[in-house]
Design a protein around this ligand. Sequence first.
Ligand SMILES: Nc1ncnc2c1ncn2[C@@H]1O[C@H](COP(=O)(O)OP(=O)(O)O)[C@@H](O)[C@H]1O
Ligand SMILES: [Mg+2]
Length: 258
Amino acid sequence: MGKALVVSVSGKGGVGKTTLVALLLKAILERDNRKDILVVDADPAANLPDVLGVRVEKTVGMVANELKRKIEKGQLPIGVSKSDLLEAWVYSTLLELEDFDMLVMGRTEGEGCYCYVNSILTRILDTLLSNYDLVLMDMEAGLEHLSRRTDKDVDVMVIVTDPSLMGFKTALRIKELAKEVHIEVKRIYIVGNRFPASMEKRLKEWASKKGVEAAGIIPDDPLIAEYNLTGKSLLDLPNNSPAFTSAKEIAKKIGIID
Ligand SMILES: Nc1ncnc2c1ncn2[C@@H]1O[C@H](COP(=O)(O)OP(=O)(O)O)[C@@H](O)[C@H]1O
Ligand SMILES: [Mg+2]
């Protein structure tokens, strides 16, 4: 089994994480050298499926919670290991689409301590991830994912900010906290979303002062709002849309397309 390149997209709520994941995915799919791609919606609010026009019925959180419930009620069949059962259930939530696979985490935490279930879940997910060439993760808003170590296998961390002080502050905090909790990311980039071209220079200066690399900016693109509103997949944006053109440059910069 190989080792996937794991790319995560994080940032404050509403800055454009999900949008960037969709645009990066589109950039990868546009290339001929098709890789095995897994897209993970790790945000409990889970709207990536909508943005990509994918229907999801079951999440990893739902099956993990089901196992916890069954353990509590003593309803587990005898002779089947919890680990095997959960593994089969997790794989049953995996959506195998034509161009990529998708896993939706949903809400994984129930009440009480289910360290055992959580640790088998981690092992199952580690194995699953290693089946792919590239894993794109749409992270939960804010910082929680760092303390929960959802980021532990991330190679490339992309932090999105909008042109606001709060966005910048959260971005910086994510970078610092990753270090504090010993999450070893190989590369960290910042992306400015909904940035006017005139502010790209300022983003770069800010980034270099804070010791991160700016991977670029994405302009505000009215088509994105329109597609979201009408429920069209962002993968179907025209190839010359300004946001997509910028996202391709970013994909090159962070090394996920040539
Ligand atoms: N570059 C952009 N141009 C226009 N609208 C955007 C852009 N980026 C994000 N949006 C809109 O902003 C909202 C929040 O974006 P989203 O990607 O869902 O943020 P997050 O995942 O960080 O919460 C969405 O309604 C989306 O359509
Ligand atoms: Mg989102």
